[in-house]
Design a binder for this molecule. Structure first.
Ligand SMILES: [Zn+2]
Length: 74
């Protein structure tokens, strides 16, 4: 469920028709507007990643990739 607040009137409404996705890592719910990965796959396994976990995956990949291609000159 998503809560929508009209910034002009301050009216609050709850919407059930906005699709939400469940993160495969932390199980939090997130909507399309928040970013992240809504529908993906690792091999045959369907996955969804919230913005925080999606960002964390990129950081982890950068860490494990190391600094290939950035060799220091002697
Ligand atoms: Zn997550």
């Amino acid at each position: 469920m998503a809560k929508i607040i009209n910034i002009h009137t301050g009216d609050k409404t709850d919407r059930d028709d906005i699709p939400v996705f469940e993160c495969s890592i932390c199980n939090c719910k997130f909507s399309e507007g928040e970013g992240g990965l809504q529908h993906g796959a690792i091999g045959m396994i369907p996955v969804s990643f919230c913005p925080t976990c999606f960002s964390g995956i990129f950081d982890m990949v950068d860490y494990f990739k190391g600094s290939y291609g950035e060799e220091e000159e002697e």
